[in-house]
Design a binder for this molecule. Structure first.
Ligand code: TMP
Length: 203
């Protein structure tokens, strides 16, 4: 049985978070130890950086440095130790979100992001990335029905169109790792697709 590092990605309102818990259960029933975590966040320090990122005004370079600082702490303290003991790590967002939000959404320099990625991750990449993809208009409707918006969620449709394009570019660059999930489908159909894709790959 396959194990390793699975990330969940997509624009805000894609509905990914509700499936992470279900996948954790699915894997645990199959006998796996699962670490369920998120970015920015996952450690005490990274959760404090998350609060700043979501609520304090800052430019795109500062955002990028903070998300990678949070990621460094998260990798060292939780993700790498979990992978080393054979656990499966499910992470709600990871570096593809930085390329999509800071790179695509904010238009920040992708080459600088690539350098930060190299320094912080030392070659670590997810084994599998589930990309919950749907049109920004549909995601905006779902967000409106949910919680109060943070700095990212309150961005407009043009921003989320660029974020979506940022994800698409990452998926094209790493097709062996990315699985595009059609997040416009009803919830049960989304889950059925996730289960099928994982089974096909021996998870
Ligand atoms: P969440 O609401 O899915 O937990 O994500 C928090 C927000 O942080 C989300 O709007 C996307 C944003 N974000 C970035 O801008 N860059 C990143 O690298 C990550 C991980 C998240």
């Amino acid at each position: 049985m396959n194990h390793g590092f699975i990330t969940f990605e997509g624009i805000d309102g894609a509905g990914k978070s509700s499936h992470i818990e279900a996948l954790a259960q699915w894997l645990r029933v199959r006998g796996r130890e699962v670490l369920l975590t998120r970015e920015p966040g996952g450690t005490a320090l990274a959760e404090r950086l998350r609060e700043l990122l979501l609520h304090e005004p800052m430019d795109a370079l500062t955002e990028s440095l903070l998300v990678f600082a949070a990621r460094r702490d998260h990798l060292r303290q939780r993700i790498e130790p979990a992978l080393a003991r054979g656990a499966t790590v499910l992470c709600d967002r990871f570096t593809d979100a930085t390329f999509a939000y800071q790179g695509g959404g904010r238009g920040f320099d992708l080459a600088v992001l690539g350098q930060l990625e190299g320094w912080v991750q030392q070659g670590r990449q997810p084994d599998l990335t589930l990309w919950f993809d749907l049109p920004p208009t549909v995601a905006a409707r779902r967000r409106a029905a949910a919680r109060a918006a943070d700095r990212f969620e309150s961005e407009d449709e043009i921003f989320f169109t660029r974020v979506r394009e940022g994800y698409a570019a990452r998926a094209t660059a790493a097709p062996e790792r990315f699985i595009r999930i059609d997040a416009e489908q009803p919830r049960e159909a989304v889950w059925a697709q996730i289960e099928r894709e994982l089974q096909e790959r021996g998870w």
